[in-house]
Design a protein around this ligand. Structure first.
Ligand code: AMP
Length: 350
């Protein structure tokens, strides 16, 4: 795809915003599609269409003006995207697997990678059965539309079962055995149309209240001991999906080796540090992959990096951050700083 071509982006959040900024460096025009009035990606894109993700006619009209279409989140319905065929990158296959935890776990089991023992849970009887086979404690997660720890409830005793089901609002769920791990980390990889895969240096991820707070590179000894295995798993999964673009695999560093938590078929919050900390950013690499351009070196530019999310009121620290000579600041201009909302991030390269 030559400079001047148009990239459609389904979803207008901060990931779309950073994709559009990276695409603009190549002279690509981005056209953002999102149901909100003023999504933060739209203000850095050439064009914006406001429309619902399930409006097949509106999506067809939007896509007709794009040379390639990508997505920045895993939940758009696949039906309206199906007619795009090869112009949708990654394909609906990656979306289908990532947007339903049960489908995802079947895919991971079939690929032969290690995941937490799990069971489908739709009601009190299937939760009882899951407790009997998986033991306690276990974590209930809605099959669809969960993010940042939302749609999850712990079951620590049989007495908590009814409350956990109620907390999920009766939605179809999966139960997972509680895993013991030394750290959480993610492997971010880009796969080209021709099947070349390049993997970014691995970050250790630290969460609070189910939301990513910090990503650190180097990832520490417990993670480093299993990085090679985790990279091999990531390559295997990218190939099995026939994925084109960036994808992320989240892992638990368990004593027996890497355990896959979940797949995100997209650029990832834990890879924001690559903008300044790696020779190529995850956003540029995604644009390269979906536009059929050569993938680039993902090596660190220094000894490491840390990325801190600015969540909710954290954004009020902006005057000090902007004056900090070591801080690379990214403010998303999302408006109201609601608790739990990702408002920006700060990267420091060591
Ligand atoms: P998820 O939305 O699946 O990424 O889960 C959110 C967070 O919950 C993860 O980052 C972990 O800290 C924790 N978690 C998820 N699944 C498990 C599990 N099976 N055992 C222990 N902790 C988990």
């Amino acid at each position: 795809m030559a400079p001047g071509s148009t990239i459609g982006i389904i979803g207008g959040g901060q990931l779309g915003r950073m994709l559009a900024i990276a695409a603009a460096q190549f002279g690509f025009r981005c056209h953002v599609y999102d149901p909100h009035e003023a999504p933060c990606a739209a203000e850095v894109a050439a064009q914006f269409t406001r429309g619902s993700f399930d409006d097949a006619a509106a999506i067809a009209h939007f896509a007709a003006g794009c040379d390639v279409v990508t997505y920045e989140f895993e939940n758009p319905p696949t039906g309206p995207l199906e007619p795009l065929g090869d112009r949708l990158r990654p394909s609906t296959r990656s979306l289908t697997v990532a947007q339903d935890r049960s489908v995802e776990k079947r895919f991971l089991d079939a690929a032969g990678v290690t995941i937490a023992p799990w069971a489908e849970v739709d009601d009190a009887a299937s939760l009882d059965a899951a407790i009997a086979t998986l033991g306690l404690p276990l974590l209930l997660k809605t099959r669809r539309f969960g993010y940042d720890g939302k749609g999850q409830a712990w079951v620590r005793s049989r007495g908590e079962a009814a409350d956990a089901l109620a907390a999920l609002g009766g939605r179809p769920a999966v139960a997972e055995r509680a895993m013991q791990f030394d750290a959480e980390y993610s492997v971010i990889a880009a796969r080209s149309e021709g099947g070349e895969v390049r993997v970014f240096p691995v970050s250790r991820n630290i969460h609070r209240d189910g939301i990513l707070r910090r990503s650190e590179i180097p990832a520490g000894l417990a993670v480093e001991a299993q990085i090679e295995q985790a990279e091999a798993v990531t390559r295997l999964l990218a190939d099995a999906l026939g994925h084109v673009g960036v994808m992320t695999v989240e892992f638990f560093a368990c004593a027996d080796g890497p355990v896959v938590n979940e797949i995100a078929p997209r650029v990832h919050n834990s890879g924001h540090w690559t903008i300044e900390g790696a020779k190529t950013s995850q956003f540029e690499q995604h644009i390269r992959a979906i536009c059929g351009l050569p993938l680039r070196d993902t090596a660190l530019v220094g000894a490491g990096a840390t990325m801190d999310n600015l969540i909710g009121a954290d954004i009020e620290q902006w005057p000090a951050l902007i004056a900090d000579p070591k801080a690379h600041v990214h403010f998303y201009n999302k408006g109201e700083a609601r608790p739990g909302r990702k408002m920006g991030h700060v990267t420091r390269v060591n």
